[in-house]
Structures are given as structure tokens and as C-alpha cells.
Design a protein around this ligand. Structure first.
Ligand code: FEO
Length: 391
């Protein structure tokens, strides 16, 4: 299978329809490992695929070109979802030239890749028939060795992981995926929000290139290039709305009641509220949790008490949130049976993610009374008013 994108430019990647989790991101509609073929007399491949799909990949390539005759393999990124099949490809075609940055060559060699390398740097070009490919260094997007490839003339950008989304669309057209922004957002939040400084530099580079088409390494191709650039700019600069995220763990429902009372209070102010219960490490919503955090001006963190401390699964959530620190308002709440103090520990977690507690935590013994729940509602209302007042 292959898809023509432009004259002499084809998608020859893999649709992994069964993929449900990628890097911790829920992928309810599968995911893709994109590889592109540039063909104009001679042939070049941009990025390879994940090794378990190698046979299918060679089948896709073979619909357009003899894989043993491909002259160049351009490696934008050494992560195994794009590089683990390179050894098999070189076994099939030991004349292929592996084009990559010096750092990428180092990474690939450490991964056991041997072959003919052509090391390139910012601004270098490569002719494939009459087509010219230009290389752009893009460190930390997603790893330090990353580069992008730009097809001059057609103005097609191949930015590897950047602008990706993990979703299968058989036409490879981003614009026909109704919920494309949700897929793109959870992918951005989990993989790129922690690298926001590098992302902003990258976005400036993309504006300078003014691409007509963007072909990422995951998910469909963007022809509406302004839309995906606008979304990434927004998520990287000012993603917050008048929104409160409530994250909590509960076993017997007591903290759950408190969370809902806080949510009622937030809702009464007209601010948006999202409740996420964290109780199971196999939960597939971690990337959505990061996206919610990115969009919130306040985080309320609640836990039952386990052996004098915070429920361990909730600590996984705060470890993730440390990756996407942004100044927010914080509120802790929790329940205990034998000894108090869990909200003090939650406050430390809130400070570590830069969600500064605006008041003392709300703590109840065993089950919240109606008075406790009223206190939660009042705190929620205050939180809602505060986020609405924060510009
Ligand atoms: Fe798709 Fe960073 O690899």
C-alpha cells in the first residue's frame, strides 16, 4: 500500500490499527509509523518504521520502487519507532546511504546500525533526481539528534515527531479526521509540552520555511498547515482557560464526595471543571490528564491516607505533572482514619508542580459530614472565582 501526496512524493508507512497505547498515550483509533518515498529517477526514503512491521513496509515500498535500489535513507530521528528496522533495511540493501546528523550517527551506531553514513548539518542539501532536500537541525524535537527534512520546490516539510498525532486515517488527510485536534493535543501534551522551549524555537523555524504541506512521522498529513501551527503555538504559549482540574484518589468514596463538592462549587461560578480519578496505573488517560493540566489555571489534588501518606498512584500523576510545570493555583483535600496530615503532603506535591496552595488543605476524618462538603463547595467556588480573575 502507498499513497501519492505530490508528484514523486509518497507515503509508504504503516497503519498500526491495533495500537492502543503509544508512549503512555491512549490511541483508541490506532497509530502510524510514517515513512515517505521521494522518487525522481533515483529514490530516497525519509524515516523508516518500527521493526515488527518490516515485512509489510518492504511490501509497501515495493509497490513503487525496488527496495534494493533505493539510494538514500534519510534518518530524521533515531528513536526505535523510526529506526529499529534500519538494520534489516541495510541487510537488504547494503549500498543504501544513511543520511543523518553526527549525533544521530552516534546514536544509530550505539544501537548496532552499520552502513554507509552521510553526515549532514543545518542547511545542507541533497539532490534526488531533480528534487532538492534541505536539512534543518531540530534538537530536542524530540531527541537531541533530530533533524527535519524540507523538500524545496514543493515546500513539503518532514518534521518527524513534530505536528504528529497518533490516529489512523486511511487517506492520510488530517482535515477529514473529525477529532484530529483531540488526538494532536494529547500527543503534544505528553511528548512535547515538557520540551516547550525547543518547541517555540522550532515553530519559529517552521514559519520561516512557510511549508505548503506538513508530513509528520505519526498520524495524517497536514495541508491546512496554518491550523496545526496555530494549535501548537497556542498550546506552547497560552493554553490555559478558566478551568480547574481536580485530580484525586479514593477507595471508599469519601474523597470522591469531596471532589464532587469542590466541582459543584467551581461550576457555580461558570468556570470549567474536569474531574480525573487516578486509581489504576493501567489507566489510559495519562496524556489527557496532562492536556487538562495544560489548559487549567488551578489544580485541586485529593487523596485518601495510606500508611500515613498519599495514595501511590496519585504520586505517579504528580510525577508526570512535574514535567509540565506552569504557575497555577493549588488546593489540597483528603481523608484520613488514624492520623491527620495528608493535605500537608499534598501541598508539597502541589508546590513541586508549581500549583501554589492558596489556602490550608481540607481534611476530614473517615467520611465527610454535610458541613465538610459545604466547606468543599465553598473552596471550589473560591477556586472558580480565582481562575476567572486570573488573566
Ligand atoms: Fe516517533 Fe520520538 O519517536
Amino acid at each position: 500500500m502507498s499513497i501519492k501526496l505530490s508528484e514523486g512524493v509518497y507515503w509508504v508507512g504503516i497503519f498500526d490499527w491495533k495500537l492502543r497505547i503509544f508512549h503512555g498515550i491512549a490511541t483508541p483509533k490506532g497509530g502510524t509509523y510514517n515513512s515517505y518515498l521521494i522518487k525522481d529517477g533515483e529514490a530516497a526514503i525519509i524515516d523508516a518504521v518500527y521493526e515488527p512491521f518490516f515485512d509489510e513496509y518492504i511490501g509497501n515500498l515495493s509497490t513503487l520502487v525496488d527496495p534494493t535500489k533505493v539510494r538514500y535513507l534519510i534518518v530524521n530521528h533515531a528513536e526505535p519507532d523510526h529506526s529499529s528496522s534500519i538494520k534489516s533495511l541495510v541487510s537488504l540493501n547494503n549500498e543504501i546511504n544513511i543520511v543523518c546528523t553526527a549525533r544521530c550517527k552516534e546514536f544509530l551506531e550505539k544501537m548496532g546500525v552499520q552502513g554507509k553514513f552521510i553526515v549532514v548539518k543545518e542547511g545542507d542539501t541533497l539532490k534526488v533526481g531533480s528534487k532538492t532536500l534541505r536539512f534543518i537541525e531540530a534538537p530536542m524535537l524530540h531527541w537531541p539528534e533530530v533533524m527535519w527534512t524540507f523538500l524545496e520546490g514543493e515546500r513539503i516539510l518532514f518534521p518527524c515527531d513534530v505536528f504528529g498525532a497518533q490516529v489512523v486515517e486511511s487517506t492520510m488527510r488530517a482535515e477529514v479526521v473529525g477529532d484530529i485536534e483531540a488526538h494532536a493535543k494529547r500527543y503534544y501534551a505528553f511528548i512535547f509540552r515538557p520540551l516547550v522551549a525547543a518547541v517555540l524555537k522550532g515553530l519559529d523555524k517552521v514559519e520561516g520555511l512557510a511549508p505548503a504541506m506538513i508530513c509528520p512521522s505519526h498520524g495524517p498529513v497536514w495541508r491546512d498547515v496554518a491550523r496545526i501551527q496555530r494549535l501548537w503555538r497556542e498550546w506552547s504559549t497560552k493554553p490555559e482557560g478558566d478551568k480547574v482540574l481536580i485530580i484525586y484518589s479514593s477507595i471508599w468514596g469519601d474523597v470522591d464526595k469531596m471532589a464532587r463538592a469542590i466541582a459543584d462549587g467551581v461550576q457555580s461560578t461558570g468556570a470549567q471543571v474536569v474531574i480525573r480519578e487516578v486509581g489504576d496505573l493501567s489507566w489510559s488517560g495519562w496524556a489527557d490528564l496532562l492536556a487538562d493540566a495544560m489548559e487549567s489555571k488551578a489544580i485541586a489534588l485529593g487523596s485518601l491516607t495510606v500508611l500515613g501518606g498519599i495514595f501511590p498512584q496519585l504520586l505517579y500523576a504528580t510525577m508526570l505533572l512535574r514535567l509540565v510545570k506552569a504557575k497555577k493555583i493549588g488546593l489540597s483535600f483528603g481523608a484520613y482514619g488514624w492520623g491527620p496530615g495528608v493535605t500537608k503532603k499534598l501541598d508539597e506535591e502541589l508546590k513541586a508542580i508549581e500549583a501554589m496552595p492558596y489556602r490550608e488543605g481540607i481534611e476530614v476524618r473517615f467520611t465527610p459530614t454535610e458541613r465538610d462538603l459545604q466547606l468543599c463547595r465553598e473552596a471550589g467556588r473560591e477556586l472558580g472565582e480565582r481562575v476567572k480573575g486570573v488573566s
